[in-house]
Ligand binder design. Structure first.
Ligand SMILES: NC(=O)c1ccc[n+]([C@@H]2O[C@H](COP(=O)([O-])OP(=O)(O)OC[C@H]3O[C@@H](n4cnc5c(N)ncnc54)[C@H](OP(=O)(O)O)[C@@H]3O)[C@@H](O)[C@H]2O)c1
Length: 349
């Protein structure tokens, strides 16, 4: 059994985009001793890491803990992350046998000691890659379901716009809106023509490339008559523009604002008066408030997949084989548009 592990720690909180090289890199690779697991713990080996834009918000310089939903990571502490791991030693083999595959807060470590009670055991499903338990059947799938069904309360009569539509959450929002709820029209927004065509394959009626010069006209044309629901993954200029495309009493599920995460501060909304004049409902939410529904939602999504309603194939994840020393590099792909579906780091030697 290993008595030490390599881990990435937060070396210096970034004020803009994280930096991997130079005199003051954001992260540092270190080695630390591993305690022996107690009777309530297990030693696990990280197989895959979940890459989440929100991790950027946990390490921001100047983040006020009182305004955060998750305690900021202090400098010198391991970089926080969820992961899929294999149990290699168990303090209670009846509760958690060696060889079990679990989802846990592995952080960016090769090995870690976890409380057994905090490990979510994964039962593999034939035909589904394990990575999906970090994405479509993990927290991002749950986020999509919570946001579109409960927060935005989308119905068959609604037209829904989804930004970040080719990402982990957005690609599930598109499918749930169109294939499970049966929304009248689903309009995706994504960062390349290839991504847009893929989002249309998932069921969007149309997907618009926000990096094209014609984006604003394209969005105005596709939202002629205005829309009832906007699922916002990106914030910034796209949110501002969408405020002008909402129907009176329209609902916005404020899920994320990745366009702001590497900026020192969020820009104010130019079109904020639209919120007032159109009586918009903007509802921020955090998936952690919905964890009690996890098993139920995963069962519904797996059922929808078995019925052929939703797609959970390799296109729904971008799995990057990554040496442990390159873990931060793979994570940064999130901010470069380097993924369709869920970005997964698979640890290789
Ligand atoms: N509220 C919650 O509980 C909760 C839970 C999970 C996630 N979230 C939020 O949901 C959003 C999506 O998260 P995810 O995990 O599904 O990741 P994701 O969408 O897979 O994130 C990566 C994608 O974001 C897009 N992106 C990157 N930089 C951008 C920018 N400056 N402007 C616009 N788009 C940009 C890129 O796609 P393009 O090529 O299309 O630009 C990239 O491929 C994030 O904002 C995240 O913080 C919230």
């Amino acid at each position: 059994m290993p008595s030490s592990t390599r881990q990435w720690i937060l070396n210096s909180k970034p004020t803009a985009a994280p930096v991997l090289d130079g005199p003051n890199p954001t992260f540092k690779l270190t080695t630390t001793a591993l305690p022996k697991p107690s009777a309530t713990q297990a030693l696990v080996k990280t197989l895959m890491l979940s890459n989440d834009p929100a991790q950027r918000t946990w390490i921001s310089a100047g983040a006020d803990p009182e305004r955060m939903y998750y305690p900021p990571i202090p400098e010198g502490a391991p970089m926080g992350s969820g992961g899929l791991a294999e149990v290699i030693e168990s303090g209670d083999a009846e509760k958690l046998p060696v060889g079990s595959i679990v989802v846990a807060s592995t952080n960016w470590t090769e090995y870690s000691v976890q409380e057994i009670a905090s490990c979510r055991v994964i039962q593999s499903i034939e035909g589904l890659d394990l990575g999906h338990f970090l994405g479509a059947l993990g927290l991002t799938g749950l986020t999509a379901y919570y946001g579109i069904k409960e927060v935005a309360a989308a119905t068959r009569d609604d037209t829904v716009v989804v930004s970040g539509a080719a990402g982990a959450t957005g690609s599930m929002v598109v499918q749930i809106a169109k294939k499970i709820i049966g929304c009248k029209r689903v309009i995706g927004i994504a960062g390349s023509d290839d991504k847009c065509r893929w989002v249309e394959k998932l069921g969007a009626d149309v997907c618009i490339n926000y990096k094209k010069d014609t984006f604003e006209q394209d969005l105005i044309r596709e939202t002629d008559g205005f829309v009832e629901v906007y699922f916002d993954n990106v914030g910034g200029d796209t949110l501002d523009l969408m405020l002008t495309r909402m129907k009176r009493h329209g609902r916005i599920a404020a899920c994320g604002s990745i366009s702001n995460y590497n900026k020192g501060e969020s820009a104010g909304l130019k079109n904020a008066f639209e919120i007032i004049s159109s009586r918009l409902h903007i509802h921020g939410f955090i998936v952690l408030d919905y964890l009690h529904k996890f098993a139920e939602v995963v069962a519904e999504l797996v059922g929808a997949w078995k019925e052929g309603k939703i797609i959970l194939d390799d296109s729904m994840q971008t799995v990057v084989d990554t040496k442990f020393e390159d873990v931060p590099k793979t994570w940064l792909k999130l901010f470069e548009g380097g993924n369709t579906g869920k970005l997964i780091t698979r640890i290789v030697q």
